[in-house]
Design a protein around this ligand. Structure first.
Ligand SMILES: Cc1cc2nc3c(=O)[nH]c(=O)nc-3n(C[C@H](O)[C@H](O)[C@H](O)COP(=O)(O)OP(=O)(O)OC[C@H]3O[C@@H](n4cnc5c(N)ncnc54)[C@H](O)[C@@H]3O)c2cc1C
Length: 313
């Protein structure tokens, strides 16, 4: 196998220093706690391991990236090809000159917010309620209460599908509401944020206030993926959903949250299909009532039926 792996060879899994798991259960790694298995689940040991893997991986192999699974619905049939996770190894936070903070893509946003608070750095307070990773926050341009990731971002480092490292300044990424220009398969490995010096007590109080507001209006302790649909221009998705009579809709084990109509909940027995079908019913009802087509904010990945194997054993 070693000689074969010098170059990429179709349908073979390159050897790695990190871990490769086959037919790996993904449901416990997502907030919805639904969905199938990854054909190959790769946790790179470090940046070089990731780069070498991508260089050797055949270019047709399907590739997905999973962060903290807080904005993703994995279908019941699972994910064909490779799913990559950086949450175990890309977890370094370091403090640079001029209140800049570097964070690995696997760092949890809540943790980053807490660490910056402890250093009296202000700017990332809104991350305190976003249960995703830094990589996921950049991909989604995550935001809350009037702030977005792009507001505080300075640079992003990625590895592309061919294993090439790239560095972007924020403006290169053309970030807007839950959007940016990163290419398909491009993996964020590190980000640099520009904070400011603040007063620790003020930062702490801001975070407390945001937490209170969130807990009053969002089911943050349930199996959900946050906002299901993007807000259409000039409208709030939750309001359109509520006014379309969807407040108490159910499908299998999935339900619309009674606290926030744009949150879907798995009450324990849902399948991914229930969540997706419930979302489709909502899209239809809102379209009929208001003529507005809701767009999914949640990323839906994988196949409905068990994935067809890509790799040879
Ligand atoms: C209770 C709750 C509250 C939430 N509140 C908010 C909120 O206030 N504001 C908000 O914006 N979101 C919110 N969310 C949604 C979610 O937390 C964010 O979208 C978050 O940024 C997703 O990060 P993640 O690591 O979980 O990504 P995942 O859900 O794992 O993936 C989401 C997308 O990002 C991609 N991705 C992940 N990591 C990388 C990487 N390293 N490189 C490239 N692509 C990557 C994935 O491929 C996928 O397309 C909430 C979710 C929950 C469950």
């Amino acid at each position: 196998m070693r000689s074969i792996e010098k170059k990429y060879v179709k349908n073979y899994i390159p050897s790695v220093n990190g871990t490769i798991k086959k037919d790996f259960n993904l449901s416990r790694l997502t907030w919805f706690k639904v969905g199938g298995r990854a054909e190959v689940f790769f946790t790179p040991k470090d940046k070089d391991d990731l780069i070498n893997f991508l260089k050797k991986l055949d270019k047709d192999a399907p590739l997905k990236i999973l962060g903290a699974g807080s904005n993703i619905l994995v279908r019941d049939g699972g994910i064909r090809g490779v799913t990559i996770s950086l949450v175990k190894s890309f977890t370094e936070i370091s403090y640079l000159k001029n209140q800049k903070v570097s964070a690995g893509a696997g760092v949890n946003c809540i943790k980053l917010s807490r660490e910056c608070t402890s250093k009296s750095l202000t700017g990332l307070e809104f991350f305190s309620g976003i249960p995703g990773t830094v990589g996921g926050a950049i991909k989604m341009n995550a935001g809350a209460y009037g702030q977005e990731t792009s507001d505080i971002l300075e640079k992003v480092i990625t590895v592309n599908r061919n294993g090439k490292v790239k560095e972007y300044n924020k403006k290169d990424l053309k970030m807007s509401y839950r959007k940016n220009s990163l290419r398909k398969g491009e993996i964020v490995i590190q980000a640099i944020f520009k904070c400011k010096i603040g007063k620790k007590i003020t930062i702490q109080n801001n975070i407390k206030e945001l937490k209170k507001r969130r807990e009053k209006t969002q089911p943050v302790k349930l199996k959900t993926s946050g906002s299901t649909f993007k807000n259409p221009i000039k409208f709030k998705a939750w309001k359109l959903i509520k006014l379309s009579g969807c407040s108490n809709l159910k499908k299998g084990g999935a339900e619309v949250s009674s606290l926030h109509s744009n949150f879907l909940i798995n009450y324990g027995v849902a399948k991914a299909k229930d969540v997706e079908d419930l979302g489709k019913i909502i899209i239809d009802k809102v379209k009929k009532k208001f003529g507005i087509k809701l767009d999914w904010e949640i990323k839906i990945v994988g196949t409905k039926n068990k994935y067809r194997k890509y790799f040879n054993d």
